[in-house]
Design a protein around this ligand. Structure first.
Ligand SMILES: C[S@@+](CC[C@H](N)C(=O)[O-])C[C@H]1O[C@@H](n2cnc3c(N)ncnc32)[C@H](O)[C@@H]1O
Ligand SMILES: [Zn+2]
Length: 965
């Protein structure tokens, strides 16, 4: 017998959410820096505040239309909405109708997500009044606030917004750097506000002055008064041509500045006597004067003899020298002059080199004199992780090796000054700790720019930090910033970025900030009102390993201040939830897919345990692969969560250069969920679902949802994954779903059905009213494929004029989508090529041999085309790919079978200027076949805007029209 079920009103997020508005604000926010917490310190893949704020309001506030919605909340909502909207003169809501109250609330949520409203008092007071009213109406003690818990708090976006909208926040993370970030954002900034800002500014200036005293001699001005702001360095190797043996500087590009109206380049002149090159600076050269760099794809070409030392040897040579940063060769000094605009480039003088030598000596002296633990220069190991940490492959095998000697001297000096400050203050004072922590952040933040992996950007003329990517990639030449460069020194910058955060610090503070493992959580049962979190996305970001870059410096400054956080050699890895084996099968041999699933399930178990039975959960997730999704969903279902809603929020930068030919994933999905529990809090285990009913419910639900998504401009891969929410709403309503035979339907089996239904529904949206059954499998597969990689704005093109190299999808995804359409990519070699885990939809040009009865056997000439091999996450792996030129048919007879073949055949006739043949074919063969036109029109809409295929199919359609067909 089923036990009594829980009754509670739905929250707004379980009925509706203005996702388009929120997405617009979230995207815009990504380009905002002033005062945004992302400038406090790097944390990878932060959630936009806009999305967090909206989701929190909608999760905390009940739906006024729900019959169970407490009247007290409805009346507060009416009052607040009346006041709010009337004040800005758009009060066209009839608030005695609950539907209108809901509309007013959702409009409010959509507007509040705007960055410009972050500290707008009208929004803040309204939101806080609603949060309070909701909390009390739902049974909260008067005078208390609802508790929002985020056990994967990272950079702190979710708890910060929880505080902003009037809730209490509990923020924890396994990672010490994240915990410290949360301390500053959630505790110190709101607690001490401007007082803290003033002290940090004052002491920041002191740190800088102290450092300048110690470092001035190592960053001297030029004799003519110019101020060096950066030094460019090249790692070197010895040319392996046995008859040469010259020193080869590894330089990727010889352009030093490349701006309209002003450019500067480097010229390499062979110096055979000394077996090396000499450098020369050329101002405003013409393009032909500037040679290629010496290194391409890791192989180095000697400017003296032209011999190319292969990548393997380059690697072996650098490996022996710990990456070669410490003995790199300086090739340029960039300076500024008082009262003269712009930057000046000169070659290094002997004095520049002498100073560096002195800096190395000083560093050695400090190393010798240092008696403490850990070593003054970070010698903690830097691991190799395939595809993400490749600098260690070249010998950068300690964190300290990422810095050249003068950079190390600077970092060591700064660390020493912070330590000195710490020893001189009363450490018992929480306020002093706050100051010290902010200052330590300004120092470790600087380190990002101060490494031998920091790149000189010749367009913007600045040094970019290591973490312009979520990785530790090797680079050949690097930019060393001068610590003392007059105005806007790096430390000043770092400090200013931190201080800007105080301007937006209008929220209450919390001291519930802990280092904790989400899968073994520290809160008691049923203690939480909302479990809102953004857990690690399967194998998207190796947070702990990345964070060690900062951990090693923070530890050296703050280990006495936060002994628990910095007790380890490096940040804790063992319990980090992430599929890591793919990157590092040795260190992380256990952390495979299964491990992720089990560990994530424990975290989801814990979330349900700490949540009140009537509480609400929201889990953010995004992943490019169907398997990543399946692991996450499996964990949630197993843990006893019922999915009650799901919302995609698009967070990509609007102006981001779209990856081409890819299925770019721009949305993350917010899965709304509830504990599947009985009123007293026990997990319900006897709600058995009937498989046939579940199956019947699925297609109409997906149908309705796809229409909504498309009206919100969510298409392609984003729409596919966004359908998982509603699909799971049906399945996860039950403790288990059974077939008539009593056999339990696994999530895996259910999802196979879901993919099938989703792809059929997507196909129906593509062909609108046309009967999709009428198209053959190849047409259906092609259509769904192109749709999956589309983004709704026609920007996923090949780029004008480039030759098509096909469209790739992860094979597993392609297979799952295809099967619902009765197609099997691996059995369709005439349109799909499967290679390992990647499947490529062949470009039409590669189908010539297949489509023409007789084709010249001569190997089709391969033309190199700059292209992108693309993956579902929109990462483009740039490179040169081979696009075949169109093979030469010796007979124009059609040799295909299907309508798609006929269209492609016509496109090729058009592409090769065989107008007569095209006219004849259209007239005689298929011009009157309605499916031809339908499919051709669909393809015209699906092929990327600038692709050659789009041009060709439009050409065919125009021709057909001109023939009156
Ligand atoms: C997607 S991020 C959260 C980002 C955050 N929402 C933000 O906006 O910055 C996931 C976080 O989970 C943390 N994490 C991974 N495994 C964990 C575990 N077992 N317990 C707690 N936190 C963990 C990582 O350190 C990372 O900060
Ligand atoms: Zn040589």
């Amino acid at each position: 017998m089923a036990s009594e079920t829980l009754a509670y009103p739905k929250r707004l997020i379980e009925v509706d959410l203005p996702i388009r508005k929120i997405s617009d604000h979230a995207r815009r926010e990504k380009s905002i820096r002033h005062g945004h917490i992302s400038t406090l310190h790097i944390w990878w893949a932060r959630r936009p505040l806009a999305a967090c704020r909206a989701v929190l309001c909608a999760a905390l506030w009940p739906d006024p239309v729900d019959p169970l919605c407490p009247p007290s909340f409805i009346s507060t909502a009416q009052e607040q909405m009346d006041q709010f909207w009337n004040a800005i003169d758009t009060g066209n809501y009839h608030l005695d109708d609950p539907l209108e109250v809901r509309r007013a609330l959702l409009d409010f949520i959509g507007d509040f997500a705007d960055w410009d409203h972050t500290i707008d008092e009208r929004y803040l007071t309204t939101a806080r009044a609603l949060t309070e009213a909701a909390h009390i109406a739902l049974g909260g003690e008067p005078g208390t606030r609802p508790l929002v818990v985020d056990p994967f708090a990272g950079g702190g976006s979710i708890p910060l917004e929880a505080l902003r909208v009037g809730a209490d926040a509990f923020a924890s993370d396994l990672n010490p750097v994240a915990v410290l970030l949360n301390k500053v954002v959630l505790e110190y900034i709101p607690k001490y506000g401007n007082n803290l800002a003033d002290e940090v500014r004052k002491w920041g200036q002191w740190v800088k002055e102290e450092a300048e005293k110690e470092l001035a001699e190592f960053y001297p001005k030029d004799p003519d008064g110019a101020t060096p702001i950066a030094y460019l360095w090249a790692r070197t190797i010895t040319c392996e041509n046995p008859s040469c043996g010259a020193e080869v500087p590894l330089i990727r590009s010889l352009w030093l500045a490349k701006k309209t109206g002003r450019s500067v380049a480097l010229k390499l002149t062979p110096n055979s006597a000394e077996k090396k090159v000499d450098f020369e600076i050329i101002e405003n050269p013409n393009t032909r004067e500037v040679k290629e760099g010496t290194v391409a794809r890791g192989s180095a070409t000697c400017p003296l003899c032209g011999y190319t030392t292969p990548v393997k040897s380059v690697r072996a040579q650098l490996k022996k020298r710990y990456g070669g940063a410490a003995d790199a060769r300086m090739f340029c000094v960039i300076t500024t002059r008082a009262n003269v605009l712009g930057k000046f480039y000169r070659i290094p003088s002997q004095r520049d080199l002498d100073v560096v030598f002195e800096a190395s000596k000083e560093l050695e002296r400090r190393k010798r004199d240092w008696k403490g633990e850990p070593d003054i220069v970070p010698n903690e190991p830097l691991p190799i992780m395939s595809g993400v940490f490749n600098a260690p492959l070249y010998g950068h095998n300690t964190w300290g090796s990422l810095f050249c000697p003068r950079q190390l001297l600077t970092m060591v000096t700064l660390v020493g000054i912070i330590r000195k400050l710490r020893e001189s203050i009363n450490e018992k004072s929480d306020f002093n700790t706050a100051i010290l922590t902010c200052l330590a952040f300004s120092v470790d933040r600087t380190a990002n720019q101060f490494t031998a992996l920091s790149k000189w950007h010749n367009g913007r003329e600045v040094v970019d930090g290591v973490f312009s990517r979520q990785a530790i990639p090797m680079i050949w030449d690097f930019g060393e910033i001068s610590f003392i460069s007059g105005d806007g020194s790096y430390l000043d910058n770092a400090l200013n970025w931190i201080l800007l955060n105080f301007e937006k610090g209008k929220y209450s503070s919390t001291d519930s900030i802990y280092q904790a493992d989400a899968s073994n959580f520290i809160l008691p049962d049923d203690s939480t009102d909302a479990f809102v979190t953004d857990p690690p996305y399967y194998n998207a970001v190796p947070y702990a390993d990345l964070s060690d870059f900062f951990y090693i410096w923070l530890k050296r400054m703050l280990k006495e201040t936060y002994p628990l956080l910095f007790s380890g050699e490096l940040s804790p890895k063992k319990d980090e939830i992430c599929e890591m084996k793919g990157w590092d099968p040795i260190r992380y041999s256990k952390k495979d897919n299964k491990w992720f699933e089990t560990k994530m399930q424990k975290a989801m178990d814990e979330g349900r345990r700490i949540l009140k039975p009537t509480g609400i959960g929201t889990i953010v997730f995004a992943h490019k692969s169907t398997s990543g999704w399946e692991s996450q969903l499996q964990a949630m279902i197993q843990a006893g969560w019922t999915i009650t809603g799901s919302w995609p929020v698009d967070t990509e930068l609007e102006n981001r250069v779209r990856a081409m030919n890819s299925a770019a994933l721009v949305s993350s999905i917010h899965l709304v969920c509830r504990p599947r529990e009985s009123p007293e809090g026990s997990l319900r285990t006897e709600d058995v679902g009937d498989w046939s009913i579940v199956l019947k419910e699925l297609p109409p639900r997906i149908h309705e949802w796809m229409a909504r998504l498309s009206s919100e401009n969510v298409v392609g891969a984003d729409a596919i994954f966004a359908c998982l929410g509603p699909a799971l709403e049906i399945y996860s309503r039950y403790s288990r779903v059974e077939k008539v035979s009593g056999e339990i339907v696994s999530l895996g089996e259910y999802l196979e059905h879901v993919w099938a239904v989703v792809s059929r529904e997507a196909l129906a949206t593509i062909f609108k009213e046309a009967d999709t059954e009428g198209f053959e499998a190849d047409a259906r597969l092609t259509a769904i494929w192109l749709w999956t990689i589309s983004t709704g704005n026609g920007e996923n093109g090949n780029g004008e004029g480039t030759k098509s190299i096909g469209y790739t999808l992860e094979y597993d995804t392609a297979r799952k989508l295809a099967q619902g359409l009765g197609a099997h990519p691996e059995q369709m070699p005439s349109i799909v090529e499967v290679k390992g885990s990647v499947a490529r939809l062949l470009p039409v040009r590669e189908r010539t041999e297949y489509l023409f009865a007789k084709t010249a056997r001569a190997t089709p000439q391969k033309v190199k085309a700059k292209g992108h091999q693309l993956t579902l996450d929109g990462d483009s792996i740039e490179g040169t790919y081979i696009a075949e030129s169109i093979a030469e048919p010796t007979s124009l007879d059609f040799a295909g079978n299907t309508i798609l073949d006929r269209i492609h055949y016509s496109m090729l006739l058009f592409a090769t200027g065989r107008g007569d043949a095209l006219g004849r074919f259209l007239k005689e063969d298929i011009g009157r076949e309605p499916r031809f036109a339908k499919l051709a029109q669909a393809l015209s809409a699906l092929y990327p805007a600038h692709s050659e295929e789009k041009r060709w199919v439009d050409g065919v359609l125009a021709r057909k029209k001109s023939l009156g067909l």
